[in-house]
Ligand binder design. Structure first.
Ligand code: COA
Length: 379
């Protein structure tokens, strides 16, 4: 086999069909079940988008009210999951906490070993409904705070923020959070979704697939980049007294130095999009609203400075994690909680792919070209 035949990182390899989403890097577009993601973000609740990803169509009024009732019924923090979380050190990465919670929820599910379409749909909705309480409680316990009970009168996003902060948030904050959940929900055969499909292809169960996907998402080349963006901002230094222009100048200098040292700067670049990430304009608009809402122009200065310097030096564009990181920071989330927020959202896309894989399964098992020692024998 010649070296060119080996597709390292599976770059450019099409491994299967999917009807869940379509990424078109030439037009910078992303469709969920045919709908442009920016239209969904402008007009839908995250609940409607979750329904769409799982069912292929947007819900009518009756379907939506039945669906949201199911989500609300599954919001409470499972007491066994809480006990397990409490047994973990507060220094454990929140992604490890999420991964553990997904695994415990799987082992405790009444349909654990049932992978029928009905059982998988129920397990997907239950896991999606349960994860916000896990993410919210984990941030609270690291701050020495108690868990807050879910509210039945709030939608998914408002309740998520309520359980995290114990205060109702302004409508524009809830809206920005809802937008971020929609944008993070699905993105075809990315590394974590592919992981979920590989696990499913062995006829393992849905929770095992999601647990493995969470492990894949944790890495900084994938979901962990939203956290890493905030570390970059922190390294440059967030100075609340600074003007937008001053912050931009410092950020540009930081980027020039980082690129001179051949560093990979998180939040920029994408395996599929080479002219810009389709989700960035929508998320950046949400970030702009949050910067205005919280009165923090210096963050926009850092954002603009890094983006401009990267564009001038390498023409590499930001990905979704770039505007999402500072948005979550402004809302009050700890940096380590950012990737778990991505988990809470992406459970919808992962499980839509799990169901699609089950419906048309073939064991995923690629080949490798051996380059170790020639056959040899014991003396
Ligand atoms: N910072 C600096 N340089 C970058 C870069 C970044 N974030 N992303 C890509 N590049 C450069 C590479 O150094 C390489 O340059 P070279 O040809 O001079 O060696 C070139 O662009 C191609 O990059 P490569 O890593 O081969 O592209 P890829 O398709 O394999 O990688 C990512 C895609 C996402 C892994 C990569 O862009 C990256 O590591 N980004 C940062 C992590 C991140 O934000 N991940 C979230 C993705 S949604």
């Amino acid at each position: 086999m010649v070296a060119e035949d080996i597709k390292k990182g599976l770059a450019g390899v099409v491994v299967d069909y999917t009807a869940v989403s379509k990424v078109n890097p030439d037009t910078n577009s992303l469709l969920y079940r045919g709908y442009p993601v920016q239209e969904l973000a402008a007009k839908c609740s995250f609940e409607e988008v979750a329904y769409l990803l799982w069912n292929g169509e947007l819900p009518n009024e009756t379907e939506l009210s039945e669906f949201t009732a199911r989500e609300r019924a599954g919001r409470a923090l499972d007491p066994v999951v809480k006990t397990v979380i409490d047994a973990l050190p507060t220094t454990a990465h929140p992604m490890d906490v999420c991964r553990t919670a997904a695994s415990v929820l799987g082992a405790r599910h009444e349909l654990a070993e049932d992978s029928s379409p009905e059982a998988n749909m129920k397990k997907a909705i239950d896991l999606w409904a349960a994860m916000p309480a896990v993410v919210a409680y984990d941030q609270r316990r690291r701050r020495g705070q108690d868990a807050i009970e879910a509210r039945q009168d709030l939608d998914y996003s408002a309740n998520f923020l309520w359980m995290t902060f114990g205060e109702e948030q302004a409508p524009e904050v809830v809206e920005a959070f809802n937008v971020s959940m929609i944008l993070y929900a699905e993105h075809s055969f990315n590394a974590s979704t592919f992981t979920a499909r590989v696990v499913t292809s062995t006829l393992s169960d849905l929770h095992s697939a999601v647990t493995a996907a969470i492990g894949a998402l944790k890495g900084p080349l994938h979901g962990g980049a939203n956290e890493a963006v905030m570390h970059t901002f922190d390294e440059i230094g967030i100075r609340s007294e600074e003007s937008l222009e001053e912050a931009a100048t410092r950020a540009k200098a930081w980027m020039e130095d980082a690129l001179a040292q051949k560093k990979k700067v998180m939040g920029f670049g994408h395996r599929v999009y080479k002219h810009g990430d389709s989700r960035v304009p929508t998320m950046k608009a949400a970030l702009d609203k949050m910067i205005a809402h919280y009165g923090r122009p210096e963050l926009l200065g850092l954002y603009n400075g890094l983006e401009q310097a990267m564009d001038e030096a390498k023409a590499i564009k930001p990905n979704l994690d770039y505007p999402a990181g500072p948005t979550y920071h402004l809302m009050g989330f700890d940096t380590q909680t950012f990737t778990p927020l991505f988990v809470a959202s992406r459970i919808t896309g992962w499980t839509a792919h799990v169901m699609e894989q089950v419906a048309s399964n073939s064991l995923i098992r690629p080949l490798s070209e051996y380059n170790g020692p020639e056959e040899r024998h014991m003396p």
